[in-house]
Design a protein around this ligand. Structure first.
Ligand code: SF4
Length: 508
């Protein structure tokens, strides 16, 4: 199959940069649900603009391109080993050109392989079938939403829902809780795949396979079809909304599959996918390896998604430029929109761990500064300078154990991320005079546009591209204050309010 490798490069590129037709339609419907100038409306506006920019730039919709996962159907007689080699070569090439972020990290040493290859990576599921063509489906699902996957073993006591038995009502309770627990951390509005039954491993696989279904299909099992519709409606009453800012669009798709199980077990497995729902498929000619058909693409696709300019600037925004004074920070309150100008530094898991145990180099004083929870996609220019290809925020809650201490140690005034942080950070913000700024999760192209220059990088060799500390010069970088220095947290508020609704749903 001479052309198979190139077909896989095309599939990876298109999946990374161009959302499927059914996902576009679901997101467009969600935009219509939110008031344009609400926080939710602004988030949706940035999301839709970002979707268009990704197509125009042929760049990743979101910088986190996840663990590429392929589902391959092959006819009899096809050389699967050769296909695997071609897929791996395509992955390396797509990483080199910035369509994929180098995401494969040795689990023990933390060393990034740099090319997205590693132990059991990429994930390739081969299955034979009796058709005379090859089908390859690819899903790119980032870590933020992957971390919100959840599995229940019934019977169980589900928070906010009470006792969940081994029946349809128990499944209902698990699904309601699964959406609640994700809040905005998985970059809502999201889509869920649910696997009922199987064992712990096959249950999650079944859940993930539900994400391969079309958003607008109907489950052939009438009982599950009814449950899908019911849970979609109920989830959207939780008022979690886009990015967890509160709003009407929390869940855009609910797909449920079932497997047989052993009598002793009853698992309900939920795979949560963010709005950046990147999955496409192709049919391949087994003789040449060329693409004969694209899946998840329809003739009536909504080609342009944006109706606005992302987060529109009114001139009333507070401009933050490092070094920022404590007085400026303490005057900010939840809901304010800020514009960051000048210098910021990226820092995420490895960086926070490092700072807890080491001092930064002496010439690296970032007091009064801003840390951006972001693992960007970077490419090196011919002149040796780096340029940002994609740079949206990553999930902040992972830094919860360290953030308050890092703020104090480095004298930070602002942290930018997405999904919010917990009580320890909130107390740290209040004590040390700092704020948490929520950028729009997944809006990687939208924020990359704000980066004027990459002025330096630290820890690149040790930590790899996503985890290194990048020094960025930004212009007109918008974000929303969601945790202020006066003890207020929008995330805490939305969590409490949605939990009260969850309890109500549990009693219906
Ligand atoms: S949109 Fe959010 S959850 Fe999805 S891959 Fe990007 S950062 Fe992760």
């Amino acid at each position: 199959m001479k052309q198979f490798r190139d077909s896989m490069i095309a599939l990876i590129t298109e999946t990374s940069a161009n959302l499927p037709s059914d996902v576009r339609k679901a997101i467009a419907d969600a935009v219509g649900q939110e008031t344009a100038d609400s926080r939710a409306g602004l988030a949706m506006s940035a999301i839709t603009l970002n979707i268009d920019m990704a197509v125009d730039n042929v760049g990743p919709v979101c910088q986190d391109t996840g663990m590429p996962t392929f589902f391959v159907h092959t006819p009899k007689g096809v050389d699967q080993l050769a296909m695997k080699r071609d897929i791996e070569e395509a992955i390396v090439e797509a990483t080199r050109t910035g369509k994929l972020r180098p995401n494969a990290v040795d689990s023990m040493s933390g060393k990034n392989s740099g090319n997205n290859l590693g132990c059991h990576v990429p994930v390739i599921h081969f299955e034979p079938w009796d058709r005379d063509e090859i089908e390859v489906k690819l899903i790119l699902k980032g870590g933020g939403c992957e971390n919100k996957n959840i599995q229940y073993s019934l019977p169980a006591e589900i928070p906010g829902q009470g006792r969940a038995a081994r029946d349809i009502d128990g499944v209902r309770k698990c699904i309601a809780h699964a959406v609640y627990q994700a809040q905005g951390q998985g970059c809502s509005p999201g889509f869920i795949g649910v696997g009922v039954g199987g064992d712990r491993t096959s249950g999650f696989e079944l859940a993930k396979k539900q994400l391969l279904r079309y958003v607008d299909d109907t489950n052939p099992d009438p009982e599950l079809a009814g449950l899908e519709q019911e849970m979609l409606e109920k989830a959207n009453t939780l008022n979690i909304g886009p990015m967890g800012f509160s709003g009407k669009s929390t869940l855009l798709g609910c797909k449920i599959g079932k497997s047989h199980r052993v009598p002793a077990s009853f698992f309900v497995s939920v795979a949560y996918n963010c709005w950046a729902y990147r999955r496409l498929g192709v049919i391949i000619d087994p003789a040449e390896g060329s693409i004969t058909e694209w899946q998840y693409r329809s003739d009536d696709e909504i080609k342009r998604m944006a109706q606005g300019e992302g987060i529109p600037l009114t001139g009333r925004e507070v401009v933050l430029k490092a070094p920022i004074s404590e007085e400026t920070i303490r005057s900010l309150k939840v809901g304010d929109i800020v514009i960051v100008e000048g210098e910021m530094h990226t820092g995420r898991d490895a960086f926070h761990h490092y700072v807890m145990h080491h001092d930064l180099p002496e010439d690296l004083d970032i007091s009064g500064g801003i840390i951006y929870h972001c693992g960007p996609v970077m490419l090196k220019n011919d002149d040796g300078e780096y340029r940002v290809v994609a740079a949206g925020p990553t999930t902040s809650i992972r830094e919860e154990p360290y953030q308050a201490d890092v703020i104090e140690k480095l004298g930070l005034r602002a942290v930018i991320g997405k999904g919010g942080m917990g009580p320890k950070t909130l107390a740290g913000l209040q004590k040390h005079g700092a704020v948490y700024l929520n950028a729009i999760g997944g809006a990687a192209q939208y924020y990359a546009r704000s980066v004027e220059k990459v002025t330096g990088v630290d820890f690149l060799e040790e930590m790899g591209v996503p985890e290194a500390m990048w020094h960025l010069q930004v212009k007109a970088f918008p974000a929303i204050v969601t945790m202020d220095a006066n003890g207020n947290s929008l995330h805490q508020q939305v969590d409490e309010e949605s939990f009260a609704i969850l309890e109500k749903i549990g009693k219906e």
